[in-house]
Ligand binder design. Structure first.
Ligand SMILES: CC(C)(COP(=O)(O)OP(=O)(O)OC[C@H]1O[C@@H](n2cnc3c(N)ncnc32)[C@H](O)[C@@H]1OP(=O)(O)O)[C@@H](O)C(=O)NCCC(=O)NCCS
Length: 191
């Protein structure tokens, strides 16, 4: 089974696999969200259309060869954010990463998209866990796994790589057997 290339979230909101042709729209959305992203994502300050073309082309190759699955969040034709299922936690897990355009935050989009990607991850036979990692100071990011009922597993030191980071990360985990999309608003489980 392969991951879906398009996931309809309803209300005009769609997760779609990024394509190289999205380079301009993606770089514009990142530029518009620069001040909002920079505290947590220093790469946002280095984005150009050319650099995005190269990055998106690499993501296309990685998807095709069994690597990371990276999606754009689209509201109609507008880029509303970026999400990824990253293969960096071993062969049986995927880590969700996300950012939402500054004009579209606080509407539940990250929660909705992360829920859909958790469901998509568990359609892949090899995947038994989905994780979300974020800096302890990033309360907006923490709201997503908390709302979805992920378990807070641990805190661990990680050298601060962005201006607002504290150097302590939180790891939240969901297992295939515990995932109930309909219960996504249940209280978080503490390890
Ligand atoms: C983190 C981020 C993706 C959240 O996107 P979002 O679409 O606004 O998130 P949601 O609307 O789904 O919010 C989910 C929960 O998070 C919490 N939350 C969201 N923004 C918050 C904020 N600014 N302060 C405190 N809590 C917040 C809320 O508890 C919310 O639940 P509620 O709707 O019941 O109040 C967005 O703020 C962002 O792009 N931040 C910059 C990039 C980043 O930090 N990415 C994550 C790196 S690990």
């Amino acid at each position: 089974m392969t991951a879906p290339e398009i996931i309809d979230l309803g209300g005009g909101l769609v997760l779609r696999r990024w394509r190289t042709a999205d380079a301009e729209a993606q770089s514009q959305a990142i530029a518009e969200s620069r001040e909002h992203l920079l505290p947590w994502m220093p790469w946002a300050g280095r984005v150009t259309v050319e650099e995005r073309r190269t990055t998106l082309a690499r993501w296309e190759r990685e998807w095709d060869t069994g690597g990371d699955l990276v999606y754009g969040l689209f509201l109609g034709p507008l880029v509303a954010g970026g999400f990824g299922l990253h293969r960096r936690i071993g062969p049986t897990g995927l880590e969700i990463g996300y950012w939402v355009h500054s004009a579209h935050t606080g509407r539940g989009y990250a929660t909705k998209a992360a829920a859909a990607l958790t469901t998509a991850a568990f359609t892949l036979p090899s995947i038994t866990v989905v994780e979300i990692h974020h800096d302890r100071a990033n309360v907006a990011s923490e709201g997503v796994p908390r709302k979805l009922g992920f378990t807070l597993v641990e805190e661990y030191p990680r050298a601060a790589a962005a201006p607002a980071e504290s150097g302590t990360f939180r790891l939240w985990r969901m297992s295939r057997d515990r995932w109930r999309p309909a219960e996504a608003s249940s209280p978080p489980h503490q390890a």
